[in-house]
Write a new protein. Structure first.
Length: 186
């Protein structure tokens, strides 16, 4: 009986160690970047409904916004995996019904990365229409990247989209997601 008990204790310790390790889907924005592949984040153009002058904020949630809450974290990095502090990220998207705000700044806002190149966005899961989030990333030196991030890996809705690229999928775990932007910077 003691051998079984010892085996169970060892198995529990291994599981606890595995569950407590950091992974890209659960990393906090202050964590050390965990995804860096040497390539850069693909450009996808500005897309529709972007308006300059968006409010500075880390949460796009406000009364009346339709959709399931979703938290996105990650980093802005150079090709050599160094964090880019003070990069500006401007996010915009459709609400949970797939509707964009065409008159104001609902579900649009910008923020800057911290000293570790980290960001955190509180938003909602966009409805149908390919379930993506538009992003403009501007490095402190002025270089700009327009791209789109996609939710729900392997979703059949992504396949007919000519702008879809598997490398732009957010790593999703429940109501949280993780994505590192890699800019063409050294």
């Amino acid at each position: 009986m003691s051998a079984v008990r010892t085996g169970l204790v060892l198995m529990a310790l291994v599981m606890l160690a595995a569950c407590s390790s950091s992974s890209p889907t659960t990393a906090a924005p202050s964590a050390t970047p965990t995804i860096c592949h040497g390539g850069t984040t693909p450009e996808r153009g500005e897309g529709p409904y972007h308006k300059s002058g968006s409010p500075e904020r880390t949460s796009l949630l406000e009364p009346g916004v339709v959709g399931t809450p979703f938290s996105l974290t990650g980093h802005v990095l150079t090709r050599s995996c160094k964090p880019i502090a003070a990069a500006v990220l401007d996010f915009w998207q459709a609400d949970g019904n797939g509707v964009y705000d065409t008159t104001g700044y609902r579900l649009q806002g910008h923020q800057s990365t911290d000293a570790r190149g980290a960001y955190r966005l509180e938003t909602v899961i966009p409805g149908e229409y390919w379930q993506h989030i538009h992003v403009m990333v501007r490095a402190p030196n002025g270089a700009i990247l327009f791209t789109q991030l996609y939710l729900f890996p392997n979703s059949p809705r992504n396949q007919p989209n000519p702008l879809f690229d598997k490398s732009l999928e957010i790593k999703v775990s429940g109501s949280k997601g993780y994505f590192d932007f890699v800019l063409n910077e050294d």
